[in-house]
Ligand binder design. Sequence first.
Ligand SMILES: NC(=O)c1ccc[n+]([C@@H]2O[C@H](COP(=O)([O-])OP(=O)(O)OC[C@H]3O[C@@H](n4cnc5c(N)ncnc54)[C@H](O)[C@@H]3O)[C@@H](O)[C@H]2O)c1
Ligand SMILES: Nc1nc(=O)c(N)c(NC[C@H](O)[C@H](O)[C@H](O)COP(=O)(O)O)[nH]1
Length: 220
Amino acid sequence: MHVVVNAAMSADGKLSTREREPIAISGGTDFDRVDGLRADSDAVMVGVGTVLADDPSLTVDDPDRIAARRGRGKSPQPARVVADSRARTPPDARVLDDEAETYLLVGERTASEKVERLDRAGATVIATGQARVDLPAGLDALESRGIDRLMVEGGGELIFSLFDAGLVDELSVFVGPMVIGGRDAPTLADGDGFLEEFPDLELIGVERMDGGVLLQWDVA
Ligand SMILES: NC(=O)c1ccc[n+]([C@@H]2O[C@H](COP(=O)([O-])OP(=O)(O)OC[C@H]3O[C@@H](n4cnc5c(N)ncnc54)[C@H](O)[C@@H]3O)[C@@H](O)[C@H]2O)c1
Ligand SMILES: Nc1nc(=O)c(N)c(NC[C@H](O)[C@H](O)[C@H](O)COP(=O)(O)O)[nH]1
């Protein structure tokens, strides 16, 4: 499976404010590029922290891109994936609407009532891992369902864990023209952080956009 992480951060590296309020860091050009990346992916993934904070739809907006997917014999919308260890995704979350297929990766200790409730809300629930979702096993399960190209939109906890597990192939970061600040504001990679061995990145693209800059890296 090929995994692309894409996110937008402020010039000081924050994904949102300390109150985790949704905030547009990207401008129109970058949001359109993100729509194109979604359209090129088999699935779009976030952590449940992002579902609870932003209630994203994770769907492709541009009708031409939706038509092109159909033309390539794909479903009109990429699938959606939420890493959700304790099954906290609200049954009325937008990721569970009828626009696209949705996989919820939950921990194996999740109460069966919660799993059944999300199942009734239309999700395909995959249980793997104990306290937290086992990401390598979860991504293998997705691959066995035909997901070969996965785009990850965040947030910082999930992105760190994917790097920690060595699962990221590409990183695209839009650095927007603003300072958010706050020691408790989410950053691009949170979690426990690395101490000794840091993932190596190879810069493959730099582009001015929306008053900021898009940086693209391959992960060594
Ligand atoms: N600017 C951007 O591009 C962007 C993108 C996405 C999210 N955000 C922002 O990020 C914030 C949410 O990020 P966050 O870091 O709090 O949450 P997150 O979206 O990274 O979700 C973290 C949750 O995912 C679940 N999870 C399951 N398995 C996991 C694993 N193995 N490792 C890590 N998490 C696992 C856990 O329940 C964990 O609490 C929000 O404020 C949102 O607005 C910004
Ligand atoms: N690329 C990008 N630029 C931003 O400035 C920003 N705030 C996000 N945030 C990602 C986050 O996951 C959002 O929740 C989804 O971008 C919303 O997705 P929808 O439009 O609802 O599908 N992403």
